[in-house]
Design a protein around this ligand. Structure first.
Ligand code: ZN
Length: 136
């Protein structure tokens, strides 16, 4: 899938959240606030996004760097990446992260946790109990 619709994905995720945890209709990732300054790209609200993801900010940060093929630095609240990266690509990569490391592939709930089992990491869904292996 080359084009990736972040909003559509999040819509789908929201719709599929079972009622009991969907006091969580709040689960919507903030739009990345992307600022291109000279030869660097800044995601100003990076920590808001990772807070909402409930994932380790470093993990998301390294994923983004790999996916975008760039390096950068992370500050408390924001991330600075080398190069001029269109906001659309950043959204697309964040969407990939959500699909790979957050959404349950059975019920699409975002309420999942990593579970270590021997050398494998599983993603366990708190809503339906399904697990699937994830590559860390
Ligand atoms: Zn599930």
């Amino acid at each position: 899938m080359s084009e990736f619709d972040y909003d559509k994905l999040l819509d789908r995720a929201r719709k599929n959240i079972p009622q009991e945890i969907s006091g969580d209709a709040r689960w919507k990732l903030p739009e990345p606030e992307v600022l291109i300054e000279g030869q660097q790209t800044i995601i100003r609200n990076f920590s808001d996004i990772t807070d909402m993801m409930d994932r380790d900010a470093n993990h998301v940060y390294h994923f983004l760097q790999n996916e975008l093929g760039t390096s950068g630095s992370r500050e408390e609240h924001r991330v600075l990446l080398k190069g001029r990266i269109p906001p659309k690509r950043i959204k697309e990569k964040l969407g990939n992260y959500v699909r790979t490391y957050i959404l349950c592939d059975q019920c699409n709930a975002p309420d999942t946790r990593f579970l270590k089992e021997d050398r494998t990491t599983l993603l366990k869904c708190q809503a339906c109990g399904a697990t699937r292996p994830v590559k860390m």
